[in-house]
Ligand binder design. Structure first.
Ligand code: MG
Length: 283
């Protein structure tokens, strides 16, 4: 079941995507929330409502998809979390998750431009599985971690490598406005196995990254356990779980994003997130 946030001219709405149609959820008695997505009873209500309302479905082409978490409380990213990405950098497998922050205001919608800043030369792509927190989590064990997860989305962890490497820490390079495209759907934890999903990134239609989340060094439960062991996770927080090998900066020669390119980030069961690269001076 793929939840979507979208607009068809008015304010943002929630719906469920069925192939090439969206069933609006505006008639539900209770609002869609990240907390509700952790409740199997609510998901059943939604399934019944979708069956009943399928005659009100809207063609996908009539809506504009919006990021499912437009204002995350925080975005915590995991670095070096795929075996193949550690190998391409000749890095040892880390003993614990390597974490960094990405500004919540870097989120942008499916289809909207990724703005290539004039002061950066090395803008790169990273397909990542995004974990959306649904319940307040502190000191949660790996065994119970998924009870706290609302669901999963796709994130492009766009990265300004020159800023990242020049600063010696990640925050600026990861946090330029529009550097966190997110979507196009949010799939409840109950309906997706995050440990076995194909992930890919294509630039101008050419495949640059192709892997599977079974390559994770730290899986979703381990990451939630680790993070909730030192900070409180709240509904609407997002964890971006790291990227596989094939990023532009470690290609020989490097292949970085330039204005005019389009990037597709694709995750099995979630869909394809497509964004054009536009120069800051063109905005
Ligand atoms: Mg990343």
């Amino acid at each position: 079941m793929q939840f979507v946030r979208y607009t068809n001219g008015g304010g943002p709405e929630w719906g469920v995507r069925l192939d090439e149609e969206i069933v609006p959820l505006s008639g539900l008695r209770e609002d869609v929330s990240y907390q509700q997505l952790t409740d199997p009873g609510f998901l059943q209500v939604v399934e019944n409502a979708v069956d009943a309302a399928s005659s009100h479905a809207i063609p996908v082409g009539d809506v504009r998809f919006l990021a499912p978490v437009p204002r995350p409380g925080k975005i915590i990213c995991v670095g070096l979390n795929y075996h193949d990405h550690a190998e391409e950098q000749d890095e040892e497998v880390p003993e614990r998750p390597l974490l960094f922050g990405k500004s919540p205001s870097s989120v942008t919608n499916p289809g909207d431009p990724i703005v290539h800043p004039d002061d950066l030369e090395e803008v790169d792509y990273e397909v990542e599985l995004g974990v959306v927190i649904g319940r307040t989590a502190k000191n949660v064990s790996a065994e119970e971690a998924r009870d706290y997860v609302a669901g999963y989305t796709a994130i492009n962890d766009v990265s300004g490598r020159d800023a990242q490497f020049d600063d010696g820490q990640f925050f600026r390079g990861k946090s330029y406005d529009t550097f966190a495209p997110m979507g196009p759907t949010l799939v409840p934890d109950d309906r997706l196995d995050p440990a076995n999903l194909d992930v890919a990134c294509h630039v101008n239609g050419e495949t640059k990254q192709s892997s599977n989340t079974e390559e994770f060094i730290f899986d979703v439960p381990a990451v939630v356990e680790y993070i909730s062991g030192f900070t409180t996770l709240r509904p609407g927080d997002v964890i971006s779980t790291g990227t596989p090998g094939g990023v532009g900066i470690f290609r020989e020669p490097p292949e970085l994003l330039k204005p005019g390119d389009t990037v597709d980030v694709e995750i099995e069961g979630i869909g394809t997130l497509n964004n054009p690269i536009v120069a800051e001076s063109e905005i």
